[in-house]
Design a protein around this ligand. Structure first.
Ligand code: NDP
Ligand code: 8X3
Length: 252
């Protein structure tokens, strides 16, 4: 069984790759940071004795996505699970002040990158008459919060794409699921705030956020259901989070 996971050099994607390897899947791991990919590949091979194929490319590059999928060796061409995880928030500002380059990054990665990879991989799943696609959405796909404008729009788009995929893939025996996490401590906030650690830390101040293992747990639950069951979405937040702006920040 093979799994293709995008964005495995950090956060959720890395934890998901480790978890799926633990479950016995051979894993195709992707991201832009080659050293991290190579190091993860070594860990996966040593710890779980699975096959690993690291592919280093920028998911915003349509041609690179096409090449990554079309150059898969024969033994990797049956993709049982695709986890569309690579994504980011870039910047936080009111709509009228937001850096347009940051908007481009988010739309190009979270929406267009997800579309490219999925468009190239779904024909392989259709040919195999089986497969499971898991899209990383967010609480931001359900709500919109101040200065979250386009990040929230990209995750709303992910939800629409997930529903569209589910309809069109149904007759091909391909399951489509999503996971919608609330605040989780990964490199996400550091990336959003362009490397400002103080601003990133403030996001999680006074509460125990979700961690990457919590999301790997959700993936494990989704992929271990019986054949007749599809989990449409798992909406998961820290216990101290009610929505995108109401937190109980009372931890020491
Ligand atoms: P991280 O920043 O820790 O990891 C993001 C991963 O995405 C990295 O491996 C990064 O790899 C990859 N990535 C980003 N841009 C590109 C690109 N252009 N091409 C290829 N890979 C890319 O974030 P998280 O693990 O937290 O986020 C994973 C997903 O979960 C995202 O879609 C995010 O929107 C979503 N999410 C996160 C939440 C959170 O609070 N953390 C909550 C809800 C959803 P590299 O830089 O090496 O390319
Ligand atoms: C990440 C969670 O609330 O920062 O998708 O948008 S949030």
């Amino acid at each position: 069984m093979n799994a293709f996971i995008t964005g495995t050099t950090a956060g959720f994607g890395k934890a998901i790759a480790l978890r799926l390897a633990k479950l016995g899947y051979n894993v195709i791991i992707t991201g832009r940071r080659k050293e991290r990919l190579d190091s993860l590949a070594e860990t996966l091979r040593n710890e779980f004795s699975v096959k690993v194929l690291p592919l280093c490319f920028d998911i915003r590059d349509k041609e690179a996505c096409r090449q990554a999928v079309e150059s898969l060796p024969a033994e990797w061409q049956k993709i049982d699970i695709l986890v569309n995880n690579a994504g980011l928030a870039s910047g936080s500002a009111p709509f009228n002040e937001f850096d347009i380059e940051d908007w481009d990054k988010m739309v190009d990665t979270n929406v267009k990158g997800l579309l490219y990879i999925s468009r190239y991989i779904t024909p392989l799943m259709v040919a195999a008459k089986s497969g499971h696609i898991i899209n990383l959405s967010s609480i931001a796909g359900r709500e919109v919060y101040p200065s979250g404008n386009v990040y929230c729009a990209t995750k709303h788009a992910v939800n629409a794409i997930t529903q569209g995929m589910r309809i069109d893939m149904l007759k091909h025996n391909i399951k489509v699921s999503s996971i919608s996490p609330g605040a989780a401590e990964t490199e996400f906030s550091l990336v959003r705030f362009h490397g400002d650690q103080t601003k990133a830390d403030a996001v999680y101040q006074g509460l125990t956020p979700l961690n990457a293992e919590d999301i790997a747990d959700a993936v494990e639950y989704i992929v271990t259901r019986p054949a007749h069951v599809n989990i449409n979405d798992i909406f998961i937040t820290p216990a101290r989070q009610a929505n995108t702006y109401v937190y109980n920040r009372t931890d020491e």
